[in-house]
Design a protein around this ligand. Structure first.
Ligand SMILES: [Zn+2]
Length: 383
């Protein structure tokens, strides 16, 4: 073993509390030192990700972010400070990371993560950690990682909730969860919904922790963690590849990164949503997140009473499909309504019917209660 394949005494002292952890040791510390990690976004999530990876002794970090530090960033983007206001975030972040780990090699990508550089950047790193806040970049990162066969850690935060996704090559990707890029206006962002800096800290630290676990070879499954800091709860969902996935499935249609497919999306939600801004369908995972959030939608079950007696999702209201037209007054107009049946067929008809009656905020629950049993709550019996 040559000297550069061993830790120096300085490194042993620096990382002693980490090296003694089961599954790390000197060999794990060396793996971290050799690792090349690409961080997308040096913002609320990228800040803790970068700080903790640098502190853990990750040897090479690439930072892609096209923005400059603004005063409204500072309450959550803790890698920046008043002294770096106006500087490119890449430069500001690199300074802070270098303070923690003087041996760190940082590569700056102030042009951001783009269709033009995505494949090359992904190929030059062992792991991509995405803390960006727009769907175009998230999907670009997801597809680039599938095509480049690199693991991806994804994170997002909204108000006091967040999620951390771990997507390993061949084990289920971001698009297995979210097949298409949503209309950005249908999803509120931090800019208009607000966010606590500490919530970014929780999710960003969790992302860093998952990233380190991947680098140490301790992850073999794609998974999603759904976290509600206010409620003090978190859930782990094991993910499996979706055979119909347009990115990683056997009949994948995304075979390259095409510019038009990732048009920048303006992240601004209008105050009064309209029909086109509410997704026609949402996944059970997304529904679960919404239902446990601060402003849960109403869940309308349109199955028959005997089916409802077999199983139901907590909090759902039953109005069988054929009774919906005569009981329309019972369907609220002032909140988001999710329509659910057994497999998603009847509920789609009701969703379309309600939209034809002027209900602007109605979505179908994809896969119905059967998908809910399979993917969210196995305690709900299947039939
Ligand atoms: Zn996939």
């Amino acid at each position: 073993m040559s000297a550069d394949q061993r830790l120096s005494d300085h490194e042993r002292a620096l990382y002693s509390r980490q090296i003694r952890l089961p599954g790390v040791g000197e060999s794990g510390q060396l793996r971290l030192r050799e690792a090349k990690v690409l961080i997308l976004g040096a913002g609320g999530l990228g800040s803790p990700v970068g700080l903790y990876l640098a502190a853990a002794g990750v040897g090479h970090i690439g930072i892609a972010d096209p923005d400059k530090v603004e005063i409204s960033n500072l309450h959550r983007q803790v890698v920046h400070g008043f002294d770096t206001l106006g500087l490119p975030k890449t430069v500001s972040a690199a300074e802070a990371l270098g303070e923690i780990n003087p041996g760190l090699k940082v590569a700056l990508h102030p042009e951001g993560f783009t269709v033009e550089n995505a494949a090359d950047l992904v190929a030059r790193h062992d792991l991509v950690i995405d803390g960006t806040d727009n769907f175009a970049t998230r999907f670009l990162a997801a597809d680039a990682c599938v095509l480049g066969r690199r693991p991806l850690v994804h994170g997002s935060v909204l108000r006091s909730t967040g999620q951390v996704g771990v997507f390993l090559p061949g084990a289920g990707c971001y698009r297995c969860l979210y097949p298409v890029i949503p209309d950005a206006a249908s999803v509120p962002t931090c800019a208009d919904a607000g966010v606590f800096g500490a919530t970014c800290g929780v999710i960003g630290s969790w992302m860093a922790s998952e990233g380190i676990s991947i680098l140490l070879g301790r992850r073999n499954q794609s998974q999603l963690f759904v976290v509600d800091v206010e409620a003090g709860s978190s859930r782990r969902l094991a993910l499996a590849p979706d055979p119909a996935c347009p990115s990683c499935g056997p009949a994948a249609t995304i075979l390259g990164l095409e510019k038009g497919a990732y048009a920048p999306v303006v992240c601004a939600a209008p105050t009064s949503p309209t029909m086109s801004e509410t997704p026609l369908e949402i996944t059970v995972e997304e529904a679960s997140r919404l239902l446990s959030g601060p402003n849960p939608p109403v869940l309308l079950d349109v199955r028959e009473p005997d089916e409802y007696a077999v199983c139901r999702i907590d909090g759902s209201r039953l109005i069988p499909m054929n009774a919906v037209p005569s009981r329309l007054a019972e369907v609220p107009t002032d909140v988001w309504v999710l329509v659910q049946c057994h497999h998603g067929g009847r509920s789609m008809k009701v969703t379309q019917f309600l939209r034809s009656k002027g209900y602007a905020r109605v979505s179908n629950l994809q896969g119905g209660i059967d998908a809910w049993s399979l993917k969210v709550d196995p305690k709900v019996p299947r039939y």
